[in-house]
Design a protein. Structure first.
Length: 188
């Protein structure tokens, strides 16, 4: 089975798998050249000299609906991708970090709000990005004193009636609308 996004360059040494962030040429363990081999049922980037396999499992992100009086909290992005667009607070899970703690940490970093995660709403795969996003809903532990930082330069409460046009990620957009249509109906 081959991945249509994978290709070998004309030099035969550059191996491009899924996206530019996975452009690696040499084994991180022994520095020998990498090559594509059939491993565990599909072609994977493997070391030509040792047993290293570049397992390209999806990156995990945790993203949070934070309901507050008057709506939910969105942040305005100041880092790529989608600079200037609004999104739900969230980010990538760190190594060995439980995803619900990552979710609460990202909310604190980006909005200044202390929250505890209530429950998982959904898991969504991002088209073509090799990322899986876990969507949580959180409970606010303190008052709504927004203090944006990290990769957000603005944080605001939006009601369903004044949601911004420019929402960064299709799954965020869908989750926001689903949430207001369901559990969030009381905030209308
Ligand atoms: Zn190696």
């Amino acid at each position: 089975m081959t991945d249509p996004a994978s290709e070998n360059s004309s030099s035969g040494r550059l191996i491009h798998v899924l996206d530019d962030s996975s452009l690696i040429k040499f084994c991180p363990l022994c520095a020998a050249a990498l090559e594509r081999k059939d491993r565990a049922g599909r072609m994977r980037v493997c070391c030509s000299a040792c047993d290293f396999v570049h397992w390209e499992n999806p990156k995990l992100a945790a993203v949070v609906v934070v309901p507050v009086e008057g709506g939910i909290v969105l942040t305005k992005r100041c880092e790529p991708p989608a600079i200037g667009f609004w999104c739900l607070p969230g980010g990538f899970v760190e190594p060995l970090e439980p995803p619900e703690l990552a979710a609460a940490r990202e909310v604190l970093e980006e909005t200044g709000l202390h929250v505890e995660i209530d429950k998982l709403l959904a898991a969504r795969a991002v088209d073509g990005a090799n990322i899986v996003v876990l969507y949580y809903v959180a409970r606010l532990l303190t008052s709504v004193a927004l203090n944006p930082a990290d990769d957000a330069d603005e944080a605001r409460v939006f009601s369903v009636d004044d949601l911004p046009e420019a929402i960064a990620f299709p799954h965020d957009r869908q989750m926001i609308h689903e949430w207001f249509a369901g559990q969030g109906a009381a905030l209308r």
